[in-house]
Design a protein around this ligand. Sequence first.
Ligand code: C5J
Length: 220
Amino acid sequence: MPTVHARPYDFPFDPAHTAVVMIDMQRDFLEPGGFGAMLGNDVSLLRPIVPACVRLLALARAKGMAVIHTQEAHDAQLADCPPSKRARGALSCGIGDPGPLGRVLVAGEPGAGFVPELLPQPGDVVLRKPGKGAFHATSLDAILHAQGITHLLIGGVTTEVCVQSTMREANDRGYECLLVTDCAASYFPQFHAAVVEMMVAQGGIVGWAAPLAEIERAFA
Ligand code: C5J
């Protein structure tokens, strides 16, 4: 069985029961003119992880692991967007408003789409989610159960928001989770680093963490 030399200790996993969960690698978070930029962030800080994410997805497909892409987006009527979420930040151009990448964070609009390097491929699961955690108001738990998935390799953006929320939700549901550290990023590098420490502290209270090279090495 492949075993990742991870923090806080080794992480063995069976690829047949493991999914790579790629969180919200959408234009709305990575490109100028999207939701992340509307919030005042320097979106260029997220792009450096794209090549590693491409490698992680290629490895997953080559080794028979399930691939799940999550997508934070709302329906056109914003019926699944709590008013509190829409109001947050008091943005002049916020969720549902027309922006340079189409209506902000709305499914089917250009901004809600994935960055071109990470487009879903046949066989991948695409999971739209209205919240930050990927288990909230979605069928993710049922999808994972149906496929016999017990272990998750998690990447995406942003580390301290949707990635962290999802990893905590997954941990509480009994999944063994490893955060792929160089496949996740934040607009705040110090938050990324802090989340990694939080996850692995106290004997891996939320899970494990390792860079992609250690996952590749586990298969070597
Ligand atoms: C945020 C996310 N940051 N995908 N979403 O609003 O982390």
